[in-house]
Design a protein around this ligand. Structure first.
Ligand code: AMP
Ligand code: MN
Ligand code: MN
Length: 328
C-alpha cells in the first residue's frame, strides 16, 4: 500500500514509467498522467516513458511525443514505476528496466495481480489505474494536462462510466478532474466512440460471422491473419468488438480473439456477472478482472473455444447446482 506517493518516490534524479504491452486508454492515461504529474513535482529529474506505440487518438496528452518505443536505456533508474499491468511480464521490454531499478513501484487494479516490485499498490475494486492515481495525486502538482490524461483512462476502463466497476469513488475522482476544465465530451467522442472505417468494417464482419453456443449463453467471434492483413489491422483496431458481442441478449460470456501468430490467438473475454472470466483467463496463463479478462492461446479458433467453454460451462453448471440447492 502506498500512503504518500511522493514520499515513496523520494528525491530521485531519474524516473522511468511504463505500462502494459498493447496499451489501452487506462494504460496510456495512467502512464502519461503520471508523467505530467511527476514533471510538475520533480522539475530537475530526468523522467522517461517506455511504452509500445500508443494509438494516435491519444496524441493530445502531454508527453505523447516523449514515449520511447525502443526500450533502450543504458543506465539504472533510481525509481521505475509500472502502471496498469497485472504482472511484470506484461510491461514487455520495460521489465528489465523495472527489475534493474534501485526502487521499483507497481500501481494497478487487476484482481489477478499478486504484487511485484519493491513497493506495490493494488486496488482490485478500483475502476481503473487512473482512478487510483487521481486519489494519490496532490492538488499542488495537478494541472489540466494531468486531469485530461486521468479522465481518459477512467472513461475507457468504465466504458464511459457504465460498467459495474464504476462506483461512488469513480465519480468522486471524476468530479475532481473535470474541475480543471477541458472538453470531456471531445475526449470520449474521439478516443472511445469514434471508429475508423476499417474498425467499423472489422466490427461488422465479426458480428456477422459470430457464433453463439451453450444455449445462447456464450458468443464468440474472431479475426484471422488473412483478414488482418487484408484490412491492415492493428491490435487497437479491435477495441470495443468484444463489448458489442457482449450486448447480445441472453449472453453471459462474450469471447473475441484475433490471430497474433500462426495458430496463436489473443483472447478477450467479457462476462455479464455470472462467470468469473479472470479465473478462466488465469488458468490459461492470462489475467484481468472478474468481468473483463484476456489471455493468449494456441490452436485453431475452434480448439481455443472448446478449451475456454469447458471452463465457462463448469462455472455456469456450478452456479445452477447452487441455485437448485438453494431453499425457495
Ligand atoms: P482485453 O480483453 O485485452 O481488453 O483485456 C481485458 C483485461 O484483461 C485487461 O484488464 C487486461 O489488462 C487483462 N488482460 C488481457 N490479456 C491479458 C493477458 N494475456 N495476461 C494478463 N492480463 C490480460
Ligand atoms: Mn489496461
Ligand atoms: Mn486498467
Amino acid at each position: 500500500m502506498i500512503n504518500d506517493l511522493l514520499e515513496e518516490i523520494g528525491s530521485p534524479e531519474t524516473i522511468g514509467i511504463s505500462g502494459h504491452i498493447r496499451p489501452d486508454g487506462d494504460c496510456v492515461g495512467s502512464v502519461l498522467g503520471m508523467y505530467a504529474y511527476l514533471t510538475n513535482a520533480y522539475k530537475d529529474a530526468k523522467i522517461k516513458i517506455f511504452l509500445d506505440q500508443p494509438p494516435a487518438i491519444y496524441s493530445y496528452m502531454k508527453g505523447y511525443d516523449e514515449v520511447d518505443t525502443t526500450f533502450a536505456y543504458p543506465g539504472q533508474f533510481d525509481v521505475f514505476i509500472a502502471l496498469d499491468s497485472g504482472d511484470v511480464e506484461r510491461i514487455g521490454d520495460a521489465a528489465k528496466l523495472f527489475l534493474g531499478a534501485k526502487k521499483s513501484i507497481c500501481i494497478d487494479h487487476h484482481v489477478s495481480n499478486s504484487g511485484y516490485g519493491d513497493v506495490f499498490h493494488i486496488e482490485p475494486d478500483a475502476s481503473s489505474t487512473c482512478e487510483i492515481l487521481t486519489r494519490m495525486f496532490k492538488d499542488e502538482y495537478m494541472d489540466v494536462e494531468v486531469a485530461k490524461a486521468l479522465y481518459t483512462g477512467i472513461a475507457h476502463d468504465t466504458g464511459v462510466f457504465r460498467y459495474s466497476c464504476t462506483g461512488p469513488d469513480t465519480f468522486d475522482a471524476l468530479s475532481r478532474l473535470v474541475k480543471y476544465g477541458f472538453d470531456a465530451t471531445k475526449i470520449t467522442d474521439e478516443t472511445f466512440y469514434q471508429k475508423s472505417y476499417v474498425q467499423n468494417q472489422l466490427l461488422g464482419r465479426t458480428l456477422l460471422e459470430s457464433i453463439i453456443f451453450m444455449d445462447g449463453r456464450c458468443i464468440a467471434g474472431y479475426v484471422d491473419r488473412k483478414a488482418m492483413e487484408f484490412y491492415e489491422a492493428k491490435p487497437s483496431d479491435f477495441e470495443g468488438i468484444v463489448n458489442q458481442l457482449q450486448m447480445t441478449k441472453g449472453v453471459e460470456v462474450a469471447i473475441f480473439m484475433y490471430e497474433i501468430g500462426t495458430l496463436e490467438f489473443k483472447v478477450s473475454m467479457r462476462s455479464n456477472g455470472k462467470v468469473n472470466v479472470a479465473e478462466v483467463a488465469e488458468y490459461f496463463g492470462g489475467g484481468g478482472h472478474v468481468r473483463a479478462a484476456g489471455c493468449n492461446m494456441n490452436g485453431t479458433f475452434h480448439d481455443v473455444l472448446n478449451n475456454l467453454s469447458l471452463h465457462i460451462e463448469r462455472q455456469l453448471d456450478a452456479l445452477e447446482e447452487k441455485d437448485a440447492q438453494a431453499p425457495v
